[in-house]
Write a protein that binds this ligand. Sequence first.
Ligand code: CDP
Length: 235
Amino acid sequence: MGKIVIAIDGYSGCGKSSTAKAVAKDLGFTYIDSGAMYRAATLHFLNSYLSPSNPQDVKKGLESMKITFLINPETGRQETYLNGLNVEDEIRTMAVSEKVSEIATVKEIRKELVAQQQRLGRSKGVVMDGRDIGSVVFPDAELKIFMTANLDTRSFRRQQELLEKGELVDLEMIKRNLAERDRIDSSRAESPLVKVADAVEIDTSNLTFEEQVAQIVHMAKEVIDNAKDHASNHR
Ligand code: CDP
């Protein structure tokens, strides 16, 4: 099958990551979770007592931070590593969620992570989710999706996810965190979350997980087929 880049952007907690993962699996593509990189950077700054508003600290933090993704051979699951440590679960905790959007406003941190994301997607055949994938990381992505869902649905789903990982969190607290991250992510100066003109909007509030995955896979296959037809017409 032809290889394309699929960019999935949208608000916090609307199911981008799990959808992107399933789309990648169906198409035999690689999934890259750009949010996990901002979360790992946040954990690094928190653990090292570095302040994202101090330029010296930002420099120090970036120099001492190495983020990688490795496949767990037992589960086949892709997991996030920070300086050699598996931080996949730790980066999903509320402590990190509370700080990540502040870290993600810092220009130098974004520059570093975007460069890494672009390297990871260079050979195409990738599905990447985040906030600026269709606008900044891969403005030429062949398929761009903008996912939304209402705040109540997103909060409920996120509470379930945290519960499955053993973290019991008040629904109101989750709601406040998602709304606050949406506010910071959409209003920041550096590559804010926007729906680009060529993105297809999918509201997942009333869709099942299977339906939202099927919709995107269908669109991706159309794009791939069209590219094939286009290439054979020009032969
Ligand atoms: O999974 P969830 O929707 O909670 O968020 P995430 O995708 O893990 O991203 C966490 C945070 O990282 C976001 O709220 C943004 O502040 C930041 N982020 C970003 O600025 N740019 C991206 N491409 C991805 C995430």
